[in-house]
Design a protein around this ligand. Structure first.
Ligand code: ATP
Ligand code: LTN
Length: 333
């Protein structure tokens, strides 16, 4: 890793099927970020088990997520690509940071409240501790930049608070990280209910476009997306949430600004507009899916990427952990 570049870290949980919200919110930017930062990208499988998972599926989805990272242009020579559970320092730092985090803070987290309501039968300690593990992920690597969607802002604020709290209690130990949110598409909304974020765990699969959806499915889902009765393609998130969401998707996938997109569809009806959005999304997903499948056929290669990534990550992580252990008074031989 180059000494002069800042460190950037992001993770995605290998759960369910990734949506275009995940892609636009974070994954899409990773390829270019590699030029300017030392990047570390993780499949966050330790976060995934805070909600009950099928073990065989979790294993498969972890492999598929690593393949997807590479298919999106992440270069394992330039960046570190690894699986969170392969680096034990995450669990270790999480434990230490737990003692710098208050129960009240965790109870107030939006995602904890949401997920507790959705999984009332399994409100486990891990679900509550999720943000502390995420803070450990970030802080282990002295990360400066964390590219994520807006739904992660609250978690990032907590990571900053914990870092500052620790630094103030002892002496500067952790870099205090900053979130990097996309200018367009930091919150992609559900196609059928634009008041909600598009989520890979949504109840109705027709509200989300999955990265694995085939062309017909993508076009069908966009055709049925909720709009309004005005029939004018204009960006106005307050009053025209559905249309604005589609414009955002079109802009993110088509490489055009929102204004250019508005001009393009000036005077055209919603039917044409929705078809165009569907086509631009399907055109982008097809090569991504093909590349992911090609990579998935070479499991040995993927294993070697993960192994190498974990070794490189472990080295950096150990250094931070050992500093922490020294400061908190753990006897080291
Ligand atoms: P789940 O619904 O299973 O909790 P999720 O769809 O929120 O999952 P995560 O693995 O939690 O997915 O998030 C991966 C990344 O995708 C994060 O950076 C998150 O901010 C981003 N992201 C998720 N949903 C959206 C969205 N609708 N718009 C923009 N970014 C998003
Ligand atoms: N909680 C994140 C996934 C995640 C993450 C991270 C993101 C786990 N660890 C560290 C950025 C940095 C989410 O997107 N749901």
């Amino acid at each position: 890793m180059e000494e002069t570049k800042k460190t950037l870290y992001s993770g995605i949980q290998p759960t369910n099927n990734l949506t275009i919200g995940n892609y636009i919110g974070t994954l899409q930017s990773w390829r270019n970020l590699q030029e300017n930062y030392n990047c570390i990208f993780a499949a966050a499988n330790m976060h995934a088990i805070t909600v009950r998972q099928n073990p065989a599926e979790l294993r498969q989805k972890t492999l598929a997520l690593i393949a997807l990272f590479l298919a999106c242009g992440v270069d394992p020579q330039k960046s570190i690509v690894y699986v969170q559970s392969h680096v034990p320092a995450h669990a270790e730092l999480c434990w230490a940071l737990n003692t710098f985090t208050y129960v009240g803070e965790m109870e107030r987290m939006t995602q904890f409240k949401d997920k507790s309501a959705r999984h009332a039968e399994n409100i486990n300690m891990g679900l509550m501790d999720y943000p502390v593990l995420m803070a450990a992920d970030i802080l282990l690597y002295q990360t400066e930049i964390v590219p994520v969607g807006l739904d992660q802002r609250q978690h990032l604020e907590i990571a900053r608070d914990i870092a500052q709290r620790f630094n103030n209690a002892y002496s500067p130990t952790f870099t205090v990280p900053q979130g990097l949110y996309p200018k367009v598409g930091a919150k992609i909304c559900d196609l059928l209910d634009p008041a909600k974020k598009m989520s890979k765990s949504a109840e109705n699969p027709n509200g989300s476009v999955f990265l694995s959806d085939d062309r017909d499915t993508v076009i069908r889902k966009l055709k049925r997306a909720v709009t309004d009765s005005e029939n004018s393609v204009r960006y106005d998130p307050e009053n025209k949430a559905g249309v604005s969401n589609l414009l955002t998707i079109y802009s993110a996938f088509g490489g055009k600004s929102i204004e250019e997109a508005e001009r393009e569809f000036d005077g055209k009806g919603y039917g044409d507009f929705k078809l165009a959005v569907g086509e631009v999304v399907a055109d982008r997903l097809a090569p991504l899916q093909a590349e992911q499948q090609r990579l998935l056929a070479d499991k040995d290669y993927l294993n070697s990427v993960m192994l190498d990534g974990a070794q490189r990550a472990e080295k950096i992580a150990r250094k931070t952990l050992s500093k922490v252990y020294k400061k908190i008074g753990f006897y080291q031989v």
